[in-house]
Ligand binder design. Structure first.
Ligand code: NI
Length: 134
C-alpha cells in the first residue's frame, strides 16, 4: 500500500558548473544559466510504501509525513534561492534531479527503515523527475 502527500514550494536557482567557462555553461545550461537566477513553482509528491497497520488502519499518519515535508522541504526551500540560501546545494548543481535526491535523502532519514520511499518532483507542468533511492 502506498500513501502520498503533495506539497508545493517556490524557489529560485541557477544551473551552472563552476569548473566550466562561461561559454560551456551557456552551451550546456542555456537560459537556466542566467546569472540573475530564475524561479520555478515546484510540486512534490512524496509516497511512502508499507503495510497497513492493523491497529490504526494507517500505513503512516499523513500528518506525520506532512510535518516531515514541512520541516525538511518547505521551510528550508520555499521562497529561497537554492544556490545562495541553501547549504544543501553549496556543492551540487540544483537541477530537478539533484533536488529530488537531496529531498529523498532528507526524508529518508526521518522515516522508519521498514518503509519504502519514492518521490516525484515537477519543475514545470511538463518536466518531472522520479526518485526512489536508485
Ligand atoms: Ni530552472
Amino acid at each position: 500500500m502506498k500513501v502520498c502527500r503533495r506539497e508545493t514550494f517556490n524557489a529560485a536557482h541557477r544551473l551552472f558548473n563552476p569548473t566550466f567557462d562561461d561559454a560551456k555553461n551557456q552551451a550546456i545550461f542555456g537560459k537556466c544559466n542566467n546569472p540573475n537566477y530564475h524561479g520555478h513553482n515546484y510540486a512534490l509528491l512524496v509516497c511512502v510504501d508499507g503495510p497497513i497497520d492493523p491497529e490504526t488502519g494507517y500505513v503512516i499518519d499523513l500528518k506525520i509525513l506532512a510535518d516531515i515535508i514541512d520541516e525538511e522541504v518547505h521551510n528550508p526551500f520555499d521562497h529561497k534561492n537554492l544556490n545562495l540560501d541553501c547549504p544543501e546545494f553549496e556543492n551540487i548543481i540544483p537541477t530537478a534531479e539533484n533536488i529530488a535526491v537531496v529531498i529523498w535523502n532528507k526524508i529518508r532519514k526521518r522515516l522508519d527503515s521498514s518503509y519504502e520511499l519514492e518521490l516525484t518532483l515537477w519543475e514545470t507542468e511538463r518536466n518531472s523527475v522520479f526518485y526512489n533511492g536508485k
